[in-house]
Design a protein around this ligand. Structure first.
Ligand code: 5GP
Ligand code: SF4
Ligand code: MG
Length: 465
């Protein structure tokens, strides 16, 4: 998901709509905005579909007045896949003794089932099926006197990944979990401040990037001041390495690194680790493009757009049902026949998850007359599900969980298949010595099975670590 908030500028909701539009790649199912105005109080709008189809209408934006607003773009992770109800769409709003508050959450809580059971037993009435709603109920039960203090109480009880943007009548609040699994940045726009999942959404409103909200940090922003708190026991950060591989936009800056440059560098590593003789390096667009540029550069093999993407389709994997996903590949990608014919082609993609994309693309490329197809993947085999907010399927559906690399190569029917190594990936994100197995600098659980936070609910349901 993507989160965004603005304080201290007129018509803040319009800025939020633009910010969410720039974060649309983080969630395409639905979006919502809450604003606050001293005369009109809190207002909210939650809609299915793209930001641009909803939050551009003047009639709707007029209902969201004020100089303070937050928003959220959603894609469902495990749980309510494919049957999201509008009541699951964030931001969530709660009315407390000291006034209302709204929250937008990116990430996934791993003890939400357990918390929900406990909260319901004690009388909480849940409105949605979302893990994030626990935060509101925990805040409601806190005995603290201010909303930021109640939020600290609540967030000390939850486990997992959270980058939260919240608002009261007077404050914009940003928090990251102690490991800082999901991103969150702070910016300045005019006389006001902005919080955003990624820097690309600061650019769209002409905001200046100030800094990242640190892992384990809470920032409480009024119109003029930014206060910083460290409410949690300090831990070694474990940012999601997959944000660098796929999830973030390439024009964002994360941890001082250009996501584009990191992806290009993964391609360089891949070319060094897994060279092959061929005539053409083709990305699977758009997710494989920067890595393919790096691979072509390092190998000296020409780069070409052998697959053309229809820009009017969303990201395949974010479409929640299997059936839509299967159709998605053809609706979205087509082969550039004139370029491919007779050539030995290296296809570069960011990841293999179920293997559906790769299989279809290989067929399309061979049908178009390619002589050979070699796959090069800009991440290690995805063998473990993510429980921290990225929608990987259950373990049995992950190709790499059930097959060796050779078996995958046969299954996909390609001349060769190679993945970048975990060390190669770490080098590309700037860790020169590779992955330190004793204290890895990132979360890489979907590749290594090394989960930095125990997935409590899943283990209770029988998941084997
Ligand atoms: P597959 O077809 O192997 O299931 O999915 C691989 C494609 O989905 C890749 O092109 C990649 O861009 C995209 N993808 C990347 N990350 C994920 C993820 O976490 N889950 C899913 N389902 N697809 C992903
Ligand atoms: Fe990111 Fe993978 Fe960790 Fe999930 S399991 S947070 S996708 S690195
Ligand atoms: Mg892709």
């Amino acid at each position: 998901c993507g989160v965004f908030g603005v304080i201290g500028v007129a018509d803040a909701a319009n800025f939020v709509a633009l910010g969410l539009h720039a974060l649309q790649h983080r969630g395409q199912e639905a979006g919502g905005i809450v604003s606050y105005d001293p005369v009109q109080g809190f207002n909210s709008a939650r809609r299915f579909g793209y930001v641009r189809d909803n939050f551009t209408k003047q009639s709707l934006m007029e209902t969201l007045p004020g100089e303070l607003a937050i928003g959220h773009v959603r894609y469902s992770t495990a749980g309510s896949k494919g049957n999201t109800q509008i009541r699951d769409v964030q931001p969530f709003f709660g009315e407390f003794a000291m006034g209302g508050a709204a929250i937008a959450h990116n990430g996934n809580l791993v003890n939400a089932d357990e918390l929900r059971r406990e909260l319901i037993e004690r009388g909480s009435i849940f409105q949605s099926s979302s893990d994030s709603e626990c935060i509101i109920h925990l805040m409601a039960r806190s005995l603290q006197r201010t909303i930021p203090e109640r939020m600290k109480d609540a967030l000390r009880r939850v486990e997992g990944a959270f980058s939260v943007v919240a608002m009261t009548r007077t404050k914009l609040i940003g928090v990251r979990d102690p490991l800082g699994v999901r991103p969150l940045v702070l910016g300045r726009v005019g006389d006001g401040y902005v919080l955003s999942s990624e820097t690309c959404a600061l650019d769209i409103i002409g905001a200046e990037f100030l800094r990242e909200v640190e892992p384990g940090e809470m920032v409480v922003i009024t119109g003029t001041t930014v206060e910083s708190f460290k409410p949690f026991e300090p831990k070694r950060p474990r940012f999601c390495i997959f944000e660098h591989v796929y999830f973030s936009r390439p024009d964002s800056i994360i941890g001082g690194r250009s996501v584009y440059e990191t992806r290009r560098q993964i391609g360089v590593e891949l070319a060094r680790e897994a060279p092959v003789e061929a005539d053409l390096v083709c990305p699977v667009p758009d997710s494989g493009t920067p890595a393919a540029i790096g691979y072509a550069h390092e190998s000296g093999i020409p780069f070409g757009m052998g697959i053309i993407r229809n820009q009017y389709m969303g990201r395949t994997f974010i479409e929640p049902t299997e059936q839509i996903r299967n159709m998605g590949v053809r609706l979205k990608l087509n082969v550039n026949r004139a370029l491919i014919r007779g050539k030995r082609v290296i296809l570069v993609d960011d990841s293999v998850v179920r293997g559906t994309t790769s299989r279809k693309i290989k067929e399309m490329i061979l049908d178009a007359g390619a002589a050979e197809v070699h796959f090069r993947i800009a991440s290690p085999p995805t063998a473990w599900p993510c429980f921290y907010g990225v929608d990987t399927p259950e373990r049995e559906k992950l190709l790499a969980a059930t097959m060796t690399e050779t078996e995958m190569q046969h299954h996909l029917g390609v001349a060769s298949l190679r993945f970048v190594s975990l060390d190669g990936l770490y080098r590309a994100v700037g860790v020169a010595q590779g992955r330190d197995a004793r204290q890895p600098a990132y979360c890489d659980a979907c590749f290594s099975g090394d989960y930095p936070v125990k997935p409590t609910d899943m283990v209770a349901k029988g998941f084997k670590l």
